[in-house]
Design a protein around this ligand. Structure first.
Ligand code: CO
Length: 135
């Protein structure tokens, strides 16, 4: 069912610091920061030849990644995002197989303006999984 690895997201306490690591130390192309208040994060995208890295920093008091940063003060891998052909079909399959969808269970619009769902790490080898509708 899953297709390409769309991105790996790394939650960080300091986006400017993380940008310097990826841009200056690792020599990657890094975008300008994009605030996504409806998701409670600010994001920068690191463009790699075969995928993207998203660096995400908490934004606002209710950020869904605030607790993660508390547990991982230096930052850490937050989720993997795989592309699927049909987000509703994928969601129905996940529900049918007993996986826990995070939130309402309805796809929401993600960082790339495409519908996404998140699946709880407990069902996926300890890793939060995002599924994103393909182009
Ligand atoms: Co993501």
């Amino acid at each position: 069912m899953i297709g390409r690895l769309n991105h790996i997201a790394i939650a960080v306490p300091d986006l400017e610091e993380a940008t310097k690591i990826y841009r200056d130390t690792l020599g990657a192309k890094v975008s300008e920061p994009v605030p996504l208040p409806e998701h409670g994060v600010t994001t920068v995208f690191v463009d790699l030849p075969n995928t993207k890295i998203e660096l995400i920093e908490p934004l606002g008091g209710q950020s869904p990644i605030a607790a993660f940063i508390e547990k991982h003060p230096k930052g850490g891998m937050h989720h993997l995002c795989y592309e699927v052909d049909d987000i509703y079909e994928a969601r129905d399959r996940m529900v049918e197989l007993g996986a826990t969808i995070v939130g309402t269970g309805e796809p929401s619009i993600g960082a790339h303006d495409k519908p996404v769902i998140f699946m709880h790490p407990k069902d996926f080898a300890g890793t939060l999984i995002e599924l994103e509708q393909k182009d």
